[in-house]
Design a protein around this ligand. Structure first.
Ligand SMILES: Nc1ncnc2c1ncn2[C@@H]1O[C@H](COP(=O)(O)OP(=O)(O)OP(=O)(O)O)[C@@H](O)[C@H]1O
Ligand SMILES: [Mg+2]
Length: 276
């Protein structure tokens, strides 16, 4: 039987201006997996994420975490926020401390850990996200991509069971995108469940164990990357693109230039198939 860490039951959310951003959503998140949410602007990805640690409260429906429905008392919210950490889409909404070191240590200090453990975690998070060199710099002087990495360190330092990243690689240069991808894989190997949203279809295709496609706050399709991108109906309904590697593989196969049945997930695997 599959082990689900988060389940959504009939989740519906209306903003105060009447916008129905999430519409009767039902889905289950498997523990320990790398999961991507795809969908065009306004599909409801960020709104959904803000529900998963109780920042937003459903208008209707419920969120089940580790088999228990989320509750919204101050005490329960504090607990869930230690277990489910969210890296916001816009780092400016997340960062509030004077400098980078203070910013990243804030979360760890709130966990009542030993001083030495706080230092160990903060140093590790700063190193892992490659922001250690400007640990004394005021956060508001950082570039957008640097802020984004500090906002990731902010959450990693808490070592939550679930890490949610809203468009983690947007605005990162290729070197830092690759670094964050590697970091996410390392965290996942320790058992952490990872959820992210992205408009980078190629990244989602190569990285994810499982993909959900949203549109107008509703689930359009879900499955492994191969299952999702094989389904033209879902791709069209979600108004998303297909990954380049996937399309090139299909074109080569249709022309009988390759006959391998294992679909490549990244450029390296595709080039190997072609024999280069
Ligand atoms: N604070 C708000 N008040 C009113 N409507 C909102 C608010 N925030 C988001 N919305 C609306 O809710 C819907 C879902 O928005 P959301 O930000 O969740 O989408 P998204 O999938 O994260 O999009 P993007 O890819 O642009 O980040 C949109 O129609 C948006 O206009
Ligand atoms: Mg968003």
């Amino acid at each position: 039987m599959k082990d689900y860490i988060i389940e959504l039951n009939n989740l519906t959310f209306k903003y105060s201006d009447g916008t129905k951003a999430i519409n009767n959503l039902n889905l289950k998140i498997e523990r320990g997996k790398k999961i991507s949410f795809l969908g065009i602007n306004g599909a409801g990805k960020s709104t959904l994420f803000l529900h998963l640690n109780g920042i937003l409260k459903p208008t209707k429906g419920e969120i089940i975490f580790n088999k228990v429905p989320l509750k919204y008392s101050h005490k329960e919210l504090k607990k869930i926020r230690q277990k489910v950490g969210i890296v916001f889409q816009d780092p400016d909404t997340q960062l509030f401390s004077a400098n980078v070191y203070q910013e990243v240590s804030f979360g760890a200090m709130n966990l009542n850990l030993e001083k030495a453990e706080v230092k160990r975690r903060v140093d590790k998070a700063l190193e892992d996200t490659n922001v250690f060199d400007f640990k004394d710099k005021p956060t508001h002087f950082l570039s957008y991509g640097q802020k984004k990495r500090v906002s990731i360190a902010d959450i990693l330092v808490m070592e939550p069971e679930v890490v949610i990243l809203d468009e983690p690689t947007s605005s990162l240069d290729p070197k830092h995108s690759a670094m964050i991808e590697e970091l996410l894989n390392d965290i996942n190997k320790t058992g952490t469940t990872l959820l992210l949203s992205t408009h980078d279809i190629d990244f989602a295709y190569s990285w994810s164990d499982y993909i959900f496609i949203l549109k107008n706050g509703e689930l359009v399709g879900e499955g492994t990357p191969e299952e999702v991108f094989e389904n033209d109906h879902w791709i069209e309904a979600g108004a998303i693109e297909k990954p380049l590697v996937f399309e090139v593989y299909k074109a080569l196969k249709a022309k009988e230039l390759i006959n391998d049945d294992i679909i490549p997930r990244n450029k390296k695997q595709l080039l190997k198939l072609i024999g280069t």
